[in-house]
Ligand binder design. Structure first.
Ligand code: NAD
Ligand code: TYD
Length: 379
């Protein structure tokens, strides 16, 4: 594919987006990276402090659901590639406020698609050299059964396979798995995925969709399991484990996701779907024990010191039991694999949060405190 020069990355001030923006700005000085983000509670320009002065980087504060503004941005910056990450992303929030999820994830994606379509169709070369890359989640596939509660040897291997090499069932999400979303979050993401594919099938827009498993790493907003628990251990606050902690997630280090996005953006096949996963399933309670152990060790606490913070609380409504991604298509066709073993990734992550307490304290003060109280009461 020809070199694309003006790349719009949406949601670049969020967790995954900030890693993608950093990678593209530093790796491709010949590209102009335009980061468009509305700076909701989850967007934080402090995530990009190290690259904000780069010459090939521009930040625009805007709402993806504002069609007029999307039209203007796409046209004014002569956008030829879009990597779309902006979204409402937290399942618990979607349960409380599904409308915001429909507005941002569905109408926002549709506005961006429409703006790109109008601009690209107005050009003499039309869609040649253009790409709309939509970032989605494994949660659109629904939930898998937990048929091996104690875990069995995982059938997947990578050069970075962890010692904990377990699967908790025989079924895995593949690219052709039927969509079956359960939460308002995953329903809104599923809907946006369908719109992206519809723009390919109906108008011929070059699109790619990827569905990734749970990410972890630096700059994740501390409402998600891993940063929330690291922060709560540090502050000696309770660790709210939903249900019995039996749910299973597949975890991928965020920089490995950003690397996959780079690879797919440049060499992925138009109209394809790629699953991206960590080959790394964990039961929540097991991962929580790893987090506690790592934080205690790095803080110099005796082993087992923070175990008492574990607090079993009422389960999340409609809590999906197990997500497990088969990402062998991406491994086979494009040669991508996770680069980090989970043990290395979690150590790096815990260290980062402990070394960047100011980043954490800045976002967990003020409004967030209020939200957290409303959400979790005085757990
Ligand atoms: P995040 O919540 O950390 O960041 C989302 C970003 O989008 C924020 O910067 C926010 O300000 C911005 N945003 C929200 N609404 C907007 C709007 N209306 N207009 C413009 N910007 C807006 O999310 P994340 O975890 O980085 O996820 C990024 C993408 O990856 C999402 O599409 C999510 O569905 C997908 N995804 C996430 C995970 C994960 O584990 N976090 C896994 C798979 C896929
Ligand atoms: P989360 O990080 O919210 O990601 P997702 O719901 O998209 O998988 O949650 C990861 C898992 O951890 C999920 O099974 C819910 C569980 N969880 C808790 O047990 N306690 C918590 O406080 C949070 C935020 C999540």
């Amino acid at each position: 594919m020809s070199k694309r020069r003006n790349i719009l990355i949406t949601g670049g001030a969020g967790f995954i987006g900030s890693h993608v923006v950093r990678l593209f700005v530093t790796k491709y000085p010949e590209y102009h990276i335009i980061n468009l983000d509305n700076l909701t509670y989850a967007g934080n320009l402090a995530n990009l402090k190290d690259i904000e002065d780069c010459e090939n980087y521009t930040f625009i504060k805007a709402d993806i659901a504002d069609l007029e503004t999307m039209r203007r941005v796409v046209r004014d910056y002569k956008i030829d590639g879009i990597i779309h990450l902006a979204a409402e992303s937290h399942v618990d929030r979607s349960i409380k406020d599904p409308f915001t999820f429909a507005r941002t994830n569905v109408m926002g994606t549709l506005s961006l698609l429409q703006a790109a379509r109008e601009y690209w169709e107005s050009l003499p070369e039309r869609y040649e050299g253009k790409l709309f890359y939509h970032i989605s989640t494994d949660e659109v596939y629904g939930a898998l059964e937990l048929t091996a509660p104690e875990g069995i040897e995982s059938p997947f291997t990578t050069s970075a396979s962890s010692e904990h090499h377990q699967a908790y069932g025989e079924d895995f999400f593949v690219e052709t798995t039927k969509y079956n979303p359960h939460s308002p979050y995953s329903a809104s993401k599923a809907s946006s995925d369908h719109f992206v594919r519809a723009y390919h099938d109906t108008y011929g827009m070059p699109t790619v969709v990827t569905n990734c498993s749970n990410n972890y790493g630096p700059y994740q907003f501390p409402e998600k399991l891993i940063p929330l628990f690291i922060n709560n251990i540090r502050k000696r606050k309770p660790l709210p484990v939903y249900g019995k902690g039996e749910n299973v997630r597949d975890w991928l280090y965020v920089e490995d996701h950003a690397r996959a996005i780079d690879m797919i953006f440049h060499t992925g096949k138009v109209a394809e779907t790629y699953n991206i996963g960590g080959f790394n399933e964990w039961k929540n309670i097991d991962i929580i024990r790893v987090i506690i152990k790592t934080v205690d060790r790095l803080l110099g606490n005796p082993e087992g010191y923070s175990d008492e913070l574990i607090t079993f609380v009422t389960d999340r409504a409609g809590h999906d039991l197990r997500y497990a991604i088969d990402s062998r298509k991406l491994q086979r066709e494009l040669g991508w694999e996770p680069s980090l073993q989970f043990e290395e990734g979690i150590e790096k992550t815990v260290r980062w949060y402990l070394d960047n307490q100011e980043w954490m304290d800045n976002i967990t003060s003020g409004n967030y405190e209020k939200y957290y109280e409303e959400m979790y009461g005085n757990r």
